[in-house]
Design a protein around this ligand. Structure first.
Ligand code: ZN
Ligand code: ZN
Length: 315
């Protein structure tokens, strides 16, 4: 079967790989649509997280479960079920956490083997929205960790997670949503999709700020502009370092909160939220064009108005 794999040296290749074989406790899913995430780009570009050479990556997908033909989205976070985090209902923080497309073959392939309990039926949801369940779950989790004020929230970065957050905030009827991005086309899209303000960087005081970029500058921007006693939620993983002055955190009792993934319940909730997603910022291309398209994203030569790229794997 065909797959998009990590080819080493910051490159990817669309190539032939072995089909997954049936394994006890897992289901084989024939992938229909899979989405590129900033994590995929970061792994290839910076080696964080490191990918083994030849690994099929991709962790956002919808497909048809071979056993019964049901349409399913896959929760890519695999947990052990017995460690302390798992017992405390925080399976996304499992001590033995594995992620599809990072530690084992992922979704940029014609089929994928997934532990049966990680598949969730998407019912009547269309394929483009069903492939967005994973990033929407990521956004929902970050929002929950922000201590959920009802107005004046800033989201840094109008990329896929930022735009998913905009959707989650609108669904929760949050007033005064500010989106930031350095790319004008993305600010325009954020306004079209319901942001109240779109600017280059946060420049006021906000009840909560969620940084979906993870650059040194955006992390600082988040922590320095959140109100006294408020929380800056860090989701993006672009930079390894966090370089901020400690004064505002200590003297203003600001909380710096990391956010990773989502709980299984949040993944299920994201299916409901996905149904009303505005999808105008998502572009879908045939899977056979994936190597070229991914390479353009890596090189920074892709259309800036294409915020999210989906592969139509069935074509
Ligand atoms: Zn992702
Ligand atoms: Zn565990």
């Amino acid at each position: 079967m065909k797959a998009l794999v990590y080819a080493g040296e910051r490159s990817v290749r669309w190539t032939d790989v072995k089909e997954p074989q049936p394994v006890e406790g897992e289901d084989i899913v024939d992938v229909l649509v899979a989405g590129i995430c900033g994590t995929d780009l970061g792994a290839v570009r910076n080696g964080r997280p490191p990918l083994p050479n030849g690994l099929t990556f991709g962790h956002e997908f919808v497909g048809r479960r071979r056993r019964d033909g049901a349409l399913v989205a896959g929760n890519p976070i695999l947990s052990c079920g017995i460690c302390r985090s798992c017992r405390e209902e925080r399976r996304h923080l499992c001590e033995r956490r594995k992620v599809l497309g990072v530690h084992r073959p992922g979704a940029f392939a014609q089929s994928i083997s997934v532990p049966a309990g990680n598949l969730v039926e998407t019912g009547a949801l269309d394929l483009i929205r069903a492939a967005m369940v994973e990033p929407i779950a990521t956004a929902l989790h970050a929002w929950r960790l922000s201590s959920t004020p009802c107005s004046d929230v800033a989201v840094l970065g109008a990329g896929p997670i930022g735009m998913s957050l905009l959707h989650v905030l609108k669904a929760h009827r949050i007033k005064n949503i500010t989106m930031t991005d350095i790319v004008p086309e993305r600010r325009a899209l954020a306004l079209q999709c319901g942001a109240d303000i779109a600017i280059e960087a946060a420049d006021a005081v906000y009840d909560a700020i969620i940084d979906t970029v993870g650059a040194v500058a955006t992390r600082r921007n988040a922590i320095e502009n959140v109100r006294v006693g408020g929380s800056a939620v860090l989701v993006g993983l672009h930079a390894a370092e966090l370089a901020v002055a400690g004064g505002p955190i200590v003297a203003g009792e600001r909380t710096v909160q990391g956010s990773f993934g989502y709980t299984p319940d949040e993944f299920n909730e994201a299916i409901v939220l996905a149904a009303s997603l505005d999808t105008r910022w998502i572009t879908t291309i045939p899977f056979r064009e994936s190597e070229q398209a991914f390479s353009a994203l890596l090189a920074g030569s892709a259309d800036p108005a294409c915020v999210k790229l989906h592969f139509s794997v069935a074509d």
